[in-house]
Design a protein around this ligand. Structure first.
Ligand code: GAL
Length: 652
C-alpha cells in the first residue's frame, strides 16, 4: 500500500512539476456507483462483486470497484483531467468457472483502450489513458463474447488525476415507462390459447380466459364426454376418457354482447400444446416464499385480470421442503416421514389445502424438486425417492414439476450425455405412473445441449441457459442467444430461456422494481413471445403497477406466444447491431420482431425476400393493436435504444 501511495505521490509531483500545481486524485470507488450499469448484482467500492477483497490472480488490491459484465459507467470531466489509471482483470472470487471479460475505455466517444479478453487466474492488466481535453470518460466491461456467466470484473486501483472540477458520475435519467397496450373493452372477448391438451382419464381443468364487463355467462358446445363447464365461472373440469380432437365452441356473454371462440380440446398423449403461462415464486421471493404468498399470488392473478388473458399456473419454486441441518425448527428436521414421504417445512403447513385453494380459482399449480439429494438452495430433494415423490406431488394435486439439476452434480461428477439424461428419464417414468397431467419442466441450464434431447426424455420444456437477472445484458444476452434452438421446439416441448424479470423482483425478502427500462421490457416480452417460451412471471403479483400489468395483458402479443402451430422464431437478420426475428403463425401470417440492442435509437428494416414473401402485406403493430397499412417489399421502423417493435404481416 505504501508503495502505491508513493507512486501516486510521484505521479502527482511529476504532473505538478509540469504544470506548476499537483493534480488531485479521485478514486473510482469514491464516485457515485449507483449510476454504474451492471449485468448481475451491485457494484462494490473497494470490494469484489461478491463483497470480498479485490484479488486478481492472487494479487490483492485495496482500492477499486468490483463489477460484473456487461457493465457501463460514464464520468463527466471538465476537459482538465489528466489521466485515468487502473489494473483490470477477473476477480478470483469467480471461483474456477470460466469467465471471460474485456475492458474498454472511451474518451469523448472514441475508444482509447481495449484490453485483451481476460480469463480467470490471469494477471491484472494495466490501463493508462490520457484525459487531456476530455469531457466524457466511459468505462465498459464486455462479456468476451460468451455470455455473462461468472464475469466478475475488477477495476482495481482505479483513479483519475484531475485539476479543475472534480469528476462526477453521469446520471442517466431512467425514461418514464410508457403504455402501449390499449385497455380491454367492456364487451366480452375470449383470450388465451386456441388449443388445449389433456390425457384420457386424468383430472381436466381449464378456466376460460375472457375480458369484458362482469357478470359474464359462459357456454360451450362440443365438449368431450366427462367434461363440464360452470357457466358462471367459466371453469371447465372433469375427466374425459375418450381420446380424440374435439372442436369446441366457447361463448362468453355479458350485457353488451357475446363473443365466441373456436377452441380445440385434444384428449391424447400430449399436454402443454402451447407454452405454459403463469407465475413462479423464485425471481421475487426465492427462499422467503410461504403458503400465504402463494395464495396471494393466485388471488392476484385473478383480481388483476391476468388470468383473463390466459395466465394460469401458480408455481412454487425452491424452499418448500425441509432444509436438512437447519437450526430453525420451522425449516430443519426429518426430511421424510416414517413411510419415506417427503415433508414440507413449516411455511407450507398443508400442501393439499393450498392446491385445492388454487384449483378452486380455476388455476393450476406447480412444485419444484431436484434429482440430487438437495435442491440448489440446500432443501431436501428427490434422489432415490423419485417415484414416491412423483406420486406425492400428484396426490398433493400439483400440475407442474420443475426438476432442477442442482446437487445431482455430485452424483454425476463428469457427466456423459447419458448421465445428463438419466435423472430426467427416471422422473419421467415416475410421473407417468401418477394419475395426473403434470407438466415436466427440465432445469439444467442447457448442459449437454439439452434442446437436442429434452423432448426425447419426456420434457415439456427445458431451460436453455443459466439464471436470468433483471439487467439488460442478462436478459438480452439470454434472449438473443436462442437462435438455432428453434428446430427443437414444438407443441408439447418448448425451449425455456428462463422466467420473466418484469415488475417487483428481488429474490426475496427485499424486492425492487425491475432494473429494465420500459423499452427493455418490451424487448423481453416481444422476444420471449416470439421464442414460444413458457412465460412465467417472476414478480410480486400483489404489487403490480399499471405499466407491468399493461405489458403482460396484450392479447395480440400473447397470441404470438400461444399460436397453435408452436413454431419458435428464427433470426433472419443480424446487421449493424440490430436484429430481426420471424415466427410463422398457424394462419400463414408472420410475426416479425424488429429489435434494436444498440444504445442509440436505430432504424430497423426487414426485406420481404429475407422472409420468403413477396407483394403487398398488411402490417399490424401488435403492441399498439393498430394496422399500419399495406407495405410492399420491405418494412422499416425507428426503434428506441434497447427497444423492440412487433408486427404481424399478412399477405393481401
Ligand atoms: C436454480 C434455478 C433457478 C431456481 C433456483 C432455486 O438452479 O435455475 O431458476 O429454481 O435454482 O434454488
Amino acid at each position: 500500500m505504501q508503495k502505491k501511495l508513493l507512486i501516486i505521490l510521484a505521479v502527482n509531483l511529476w504532473a505538478g512539476a509540469l504544470f506548476g500545481q499537483a493534480p488531485d486524485t479521485l478514486w473510482l470507488a469514491d464516485l457515485d456507483l449507483s449510476q454504474m450499469e451492471i449485468g448481475w448484482g451491485e457494484p462494490h467500492a473497494n470490494r469484489s462483486i461478491e463483497g470480498k477483497t479485490i484479488t486478481i490472480n492472487g494479487r490483492i488490491f485495496e482500492h477499486g470497484v468490483g463489477t460484473h459484465a456487461v457493465s457501463y459507467y460514464a464520468i463527466n470531466l471538465d476537459g482538465e483531467a489528466e489521466r485515468f489509471k487502473a489494473m483490470v482483470g477477473v476477480d478470483d472470487d469467480a471461483n474456477q468457472q470460466r469467465p471471460s471479460i474485456q475492458f474498454l475505455v472511451h474518451a469523448d466517444r472514441r475508444q482509447v483502450f481495449k484490453s485483451p479478453i481476460l480469463h480467470f487466474r490471469e494477471a491484472a492488466f494495466p490501463v493508462e489513458v490520457d484525459l487531456q481535453g476530455v469531457k466524457l470518460l466511459e468505462l465498459m466491461v464486455e462479456d468476451g463474447g460468451d455470455g455473462i456467466g461468472w464475469d466478475h470484473a475488477d477495476w482495481a486501483d482505479a483513479f483519475i488525476l484531475y485539476r479543475g472540477v472534480k469528476p462526477t458520475a453521469r446520471v442517466t435519467p431512467k425514461p418514464e415507462p410508457y403504455v402501449l397496450t390499449p385497455s380491454p373493452r367492456p364487451e366480452p372477448r375470449i383470450n388465451g390459447a386456441r388449443i388445449y391438451g389433456g390425457r384420457p382419464g386424468r383430472p381436466f381443468l381449464y378456466r376460460i380466459p375472457a375480458t369484458g364487463e362482469r357478470p359474464m355467462k359462459f357456454s360451450a358446445s362440443g365438449l368431450p364426454a366427462g367434461l363440464e363447464l360452470d357457466g358462471n365461472s367459466g371453469i371447465i373440469s372433469g375427466k374425459a376418457d375418450a381420446k380424440g380432437t374435439y372442436p369446441v365452441t366457447l361463448t362468453a356473454a355479458n350485457r353488451l354482447g357475446a363473443a365466441t371462440l373456436l377452441f380445440k380440446i385434444v384428449i391424447g398423449d400430449q399436454i402443454a400444446l402451447t407454452p405454459p403461462l403463469g407465475w413462479n415464486s423464485w425471481n421475487c421471493f426465492a427462499c422467503a416464499v410461504d403458503d400465504r404468498q402463494v395464495r396471494s399470488a393466485a388471488q392476484a392473478l385473478i383480481a388483476s385480470g391476468l388470468a383473463d388473458h390466459g395466465w394460469s399456473y401458480i408455481n412454487i419454486d425452491d424452499c418448500w421442503a425441509i432444509k436438512p441441518g437447519d437450526a430453525d425448527p420451522g425449516l430443519g428436521g426429518r426430511e421424510r416421514d416414517s413411510q419415506g414421504r417427503i415433508r414440507t417445512n413449516a411455511k407450507f403447513p398443508d400442501m393439499r389445502a393450498l392446491t385445492d385453494y388454487i384449483h378452486g380459482l380455476g388455476l393450476k399449480t406447480g412444485i419444484y424438486s431436484s434429482p440430487g439429494p438437495l435442491t440448489c438452495a440446500g432443501y431436501a430433494a428427490s434422489y432415490q425417492h423419485e417415484e414416491q415423490d412423483a406420486l406425492q406431488f400428484a396426490e398433493w394435486g400439483f400440475d407442474y414439476l420443475k426438476y432442477d439439476w442442482c446437487s445431482y452434480g455430485e452424483i454425476a461428477r463428469q457427466p456423459s450425455l447419458e448421465d445428463y439424461q438419466k435423472p430426467y428419464h427416471v422422473m419421467r417414468a415416475a410421473l407417468d405412473r401418477a394419475d395426473r397431467d403434470i407438466v415436466f419442466s427440465l432445469c439444467q441450464y442447457g448442459m449437454g445441449e439439452v434442446w437436442k434431447w429434452g423432448a426425447e426424455v419426456g420434457g415439456n420444456s427445458w431451460r436453455t441457459t443459466g439464471d436470468i437477472v433483471d439487467s439488460w445484458s442478462s436478459m438480452s444476452g439470454i434472449g438473443f442467444s436462442q437462435a438455432g434452438h428453434e428446430w427443437h421446439a414444438g407443441p408439447g416441448h418448448w425451449n425455456d430461456p428462463d422466467m420473466l424479470v418484469v415488475g417487483y423482483v428481488g429474490w426475496g425478502p427485499n424486492l425492487h422494481p425491475t432494473r429494465l427500462t420500459a423499452d427493455e421490457q418490451y424487448t423481453h416480452i416481444t422476444l420471449w413471445s416470439l421464442l414460444a417460451s413458457p412465460l412465467l412471471i417472476g414478480c410480486d403479483l400483489t404489487r403490480l403497477d399499471a405499466f407491468t400489468l399493461n405489458l403482460l395483458t396484450n392479447d395480440e402479443v400473447l397470441a404470438v406466444n400461444q399460436d397453435p402451430l408452436g413454431v419458435q422464431a428464427s433470426r433472419v437478420k443480424q446487421h449493424g447491431g440490430v436484429e430481426v426475428w420471424v415466427k410463422k403463425m398457424e394462419d400463414g401470417s408472420l410475426a416479425v420482431g424488429l429489435f434494436n440492442p444498440n444504445r442509440e435509437k436505430s432504424v430497423v428494416s426487414v426485406d420481404w425476400n429475407s422472409l420468403g414473401i413477396s407483394g403487398g402485406q398488411t402490417v399490424r403493430d401488435l403492441w399498439r393493436q393498430k394496422d399500419l397499412g399495406v407495405y410492399r417489399d420491405r418494412f422499416s421502423r425507428e426503434v428506441p435504444a434497447h427497444g423492440a417493435c412487433l408486427v404481424l404481416l399478412r399477405q393481401i
